[in-house]
Design a protein around this ligand. Structure first.
Ligand SMILES: [Fe+2]
Ligand SMILES: [Fe+2]
Length: 165
């Protein structure tokens, strides 16, 4: 499971992504056997497995794009500082890189081994989610909290000034 960032909506969306990634495990109808690939399955079962894999990839890429767009909208609320500008640029670049990598992997799936393809994709997506959430999303969440805190202090200061006049 991806580590919590402390931002409730980002964490909810990460949980949904984690759920889709976990389902890659079930692409194979015989996934309970724990086989690493499709060598022990009849070829006739491959089309159904490939279809399940294609559906999951569509869910994963579709929701990932929505999630990135949500986080990138949140970035607009960050203070206009050099540090935040650098964060936004690196964070958006990381979103672009994983989108490209997953699209490439999807275009080059081994249709004769859907289980192995699904597990490979799962491994890459899980590792990426964990690392990205720690390196970027947690920073975004805490910087937003900082930005809101400044706003709150500003409002309280304004109330205090108005009350004194
Ligand atoms: Fe992110
Ligand atoms: Fe994220």
């Amino acid at each position: 499971m991806t580590a919590l960032t402390g931002h409730p909506e980002i964490d909810r969306q990460h949980e949904r992504l984690d759920g889709i990634i976990a389902r890659l495990e079930q692409v194979c109808a015989n996934h309970q056997t724990g086989a690493p690939d499709c060598l022990s399955c009849p070829e006739a079962s491959f089309p159904a497995c490939n279809n399940r894999l294609a559906d999951l990839i569509a869910d994963l890429l579709g929701f990932m794009i929505e999630h990135f767009s949500y986080e990138e909208k949140l970035m607009r609320f960050l203070p206009d500082t050099e540090l935040c500008r650098r964060h936004v640029s690196a964070h958006q670049q990381a979103h672009g890189e994983i989108s490209r990598l997953l699209s490439e992997l999807t275009a080059n799936l081994d249709r004769d081994n859907p289980r192995q393809s699904a597990l490979h994709l799962q491994h890459i997506a899980q590792a990426w989610m964990g690392g990205h959430a720690r390196q970027f999303d947690s920073v975004l969440a805490s910087s937003l909290e900082g930005a809101y805190a400044v706003e709150l202090d500003y409002d309280q200061e304004l109330i205090r000034l108005l009350a004194n006049n």
